[in-house]
Design a protein around this ligand. Structure first.
Ligand SMILES: [Zn+2]
Length: 114
């Protein structure tokens, strides 16, 4: 996680759930054991679940809203405009915007960041 040092205690907790620190991997300065990986046993044990998640995550992730945060509950959204006069405006999450162009059916142009 951002700005968090992953100490031995973090690694011990990670190992309890089937992760390991790769042999020979170096701890990152300021981050520690920041990226443990699945062991071969864990990968085999959860192979079916991992396959299902691999299929489901790309379908679900673009539609997830960010959790409410202390910034007065506002979700980080982009305002996109087309070339109509006056321009039509859309507010979409960055994830949705990153999926590809959104085209205006009136002027035929893609919505872009105003
Ligand atoms: Zn338009």
């Amino acid at each position: 996680m951002h700005g968090v040092y992953h100490n031995q205690q973090f690694l011990a907790a990670a190992e309890e759930v089937g992760l390991t620190w790769p042999a020979g991997a170096k701890r990152l300065r300021g981050k520690g054991f920041h990226a443990p990986v699945l062991t071969a046993d864990t990968r085999a044990r959860y192979a079916e679940d991992l396959r299902a998640l691999k299929e489901a995550i790309p379908l679900v992730l673009p539609h997830l809203e960010l959790p409410q945060t202390p910034n007065r509950g506002r979700v980080d959204r982009l305002t996109l405009v087309c070339k109509c006069d006056p321009p039509r405006k859309l507010r979409v999450s960055r994830t949705v915007a990153a999926q590809g162009p959104i085209t205006c059916g009136v002027c035929g142009n893609d919505f872009t960041e105003g």
